[in-house]
Design a protein around this ligand. Structure first.
Ligand code: FAD
Ligand code: NAD
Length: 473
């Protein structure tokens, strides 16, 4: 009998496995994903078809775009820039394979037992593993469910996996689609839309909501919309796709916008309208585990299910579908099983959209604070006033710091601009230590850095910014 059996080896499951093993527990991790040769692949959505391959393509496509469009401004003539899409994809695959292989190495080093196959939880803390024709049942003192999520399919645009694809298909195009349609202008739509637009696609995004990026601070979302439209993403809001039919070489999409119907042909159509928890054939009828009304495994704030000794972490439970959120939950659960008092601070989960520039935020936005009746003050600083941002031709966007009006405690940080993902992390560390905006204002920042924009925004929250006009009110 194992101390811990984990079903699912993505960033929530594999991290839980390593941490539990470090704490002296005997651990097995069941994972069904394998390559064409049948070799098991850990890392889940994140490493195989999510965070890592998308970031590899975002980086390559940005280099291509800059080499093709921006170098002349710097007095560099790079001649004719050519794209080798197959080499770009090979680089992405190599990065992914290296990281996936790394997890198997970490499992070996930490003595985690890998078990290949599909796991299903049975009553009495037993797990049935099916691999091809063979079935085995193992027992555990604790079970962690970490089976992740899968793309949502909509009836008006069914995947054919060639021309109507999900995010996984959109990471594998063999050629740059001339006309690319995207249903859903959320995180995946913007990231993958940016990749293909930079490589030359004419991108149209069909978004059902009237609000663009409703989870982002409204003023920042407005800046983001303006910039991405300028970059060539044709983002249609309040748009209802009524039917999409894949032909041999393209897709015919019918949609309604502002009361009128349109009909458009795209070479490829990406459907990215969210993801749903993956509980397919995971729970036996008598295992007793409850789901919530949206199909997520029901857990408390410590990721404990209604069955003692059965836990669930990552995308398969409530909260943002983010790799780092799942990993932190995995660590917490492993530590609690080992008798430690671990917890996750759900108030400080950072979010990033890896476009160019990046969008990043943590804590509350203005709309949320208003809705909660919290009195707050706000300080903003535009990258157009940052020396480093101007010197590196990255002066789009701004930083906003929100702080409690009375105590000055930082309540939220919202950034659109260069290195936003890294900048927001600096602010988050300060927030974890209960920092005030004055504390950041009193901190010395290297010059010239884009980080100075965070410094100035924190100063601006108290009307003390140096490089913008903000006379004391
Ligand atoms: P998963 O990573 O989905 O892993 C679950 C694993 O369980 C899978 O390997 C699956 O094969 C296995 N499994 C499922 N059922 C069974 C079963 N019954 N038996 C055995 N094994 C099973 N998040 C970020 O934080 N940053 C990003 O930049 C980012 N980019 C993304 C880009 C894309 C295109 C996508 C699609 C997602 C992205 N995400 C990103 C989200 C991130 O990938 C997920 O939040 C994260 O992978 C969730 O981790 P997880 O371990 O809960 O689930
Ligand atoms: P999302 O929730 O970010 O965006 C989906 C969008 O589709 C929304 O704007 C929604 O209004 C729209 N939509 C829903 N149904 C529609 C319909 N029928 N027609 C048109 N539009 C419709 O989801 P996603 O982009 O699919 O990403 C899934 C998850 O993966 C997200 O939760 C995200 O957190 C995670 N992810 C994270 C990152 C990152 O951290 N950088 C990157 C990619 C994915």
């Amino acid at each position: 009998m194992y101390d811990v059996v984990i079903i699912g080896g993505g960033p929530a499951g594999y991290v839980a496995a390593i941490r539990a093993s470090q704490l002296g527990l005997s651990v097995a991790c069941v994972e069904s994903m394998s390559d064409k040769e049948g070799n098991q692949r850990f890392g889940g959505t994140c490493l195989n078809v999510g965070c890592i391959p998308s970031k590899a393509l975002l980086d390559s496509s940005q280099r291509f775009y800059e080499a093709s469009n921006d170098l002349s401004k710097h007095g560099i003539d790079a001649g004719t820039v050519k794209l080798d899409i197959s080499a770009m994809m090979q680089r992405k695959d190599k990065v992914v394979d290296q990281l996936v292989g790394g997890i198997s190495g970490l499992f070996k080093a930490n003595k985690v037992t890998p078990i290949q196959g599909h796991g299903k939880i049975l009553s009495g803390k037993r797990v049935e593993i099916t691999n091809g024709d063979s079935t085995e049942i193992i027992e555990a003192k604790n079970i962690i469910l970490a089976t992740g999520s899968k793309p949502i399919e909509i009836s008006s645009a069914k995947f054919d996996d060639t021309n109507i694809v999900d995010s996984t298909g959109a990471l594998e195009f063999k050629a740059v689609p001339k006309k690319l349609g995207i249903i859903g202008a959320g995180v995946i739509g913007l990231e993958l839309g940016s990749v293909w637009a930079r490589l030359g696609s004419e991108v149209t995004m069909l978004e059902a909501m009237q609000d663009f990026l409703p989870m982002v601070d409204k003023k920042i979302a407005k800046e983001v919309y303006k910039e991405f439209t300028k970059q060539g993403l044709n983002i249609k809001l309040g748009c209802k796709v009524t039917n999409a039919v894949a032909n041999k070489t393209n897709v015919n999409v019918k949609y309604e916008e502002d009361g009128s119907s349109s009909d458009e042909i795209f070479d490829k159509l990406i459907v990215c309208v969210g993801r749903s928890p993956n509980t397919e054939n995971l729970l036996s009828d008598d295992c007793g585990i409850e789901l919530d009304d949206k199909g997520f495994i029901k857990v408390d704030s410590f990721c404990s299910t209604n069955e003692p000794g059965v836990w669930a972490v990552g995308d398969v439970v409530r909260g943002p579908m983010l790799a780092h959120k799942g990993s932190e939950e995995g660590v917490m659960v492993a530590e609690r099983i080992a008798g430690k008092h671990a917890a996750v601070n759900y108030d400080l989960v950072p979010s990033v959209i890896y476009t160019h520039p990046e969008v990043a935020w943590v804590g509350k936005n203005e709309e949320e604070l208003k809705a909660e009746g919290v009195e707050y003050k706000s300080g903003s600083f535009p990258f157009a006033a940052s020396g480093r941002a101007l010197a590196t031709d990255e002066s789009v966007g701004s930083v906003k710091v929100l702080a409690d009006k009375v105590t000055d405690t930082i309540l939220g940080i919202h950034i659109f601009g260069p290195s936003a993902a890294e900048l927001v992390q600096q602010g988050l560390i300060a927030m974890e230590f209960g920092s005030s905006s004055e504390d950041i204002g009193l901190t010395m920042f290297s010059h010239p850095t884009v980080s100075e924009a965070l410094h100035e925004a924190a100063l601006a929250a108290n009307s003390n910014a140096i490089h913008i006009g903000n006379r004391k009110r």
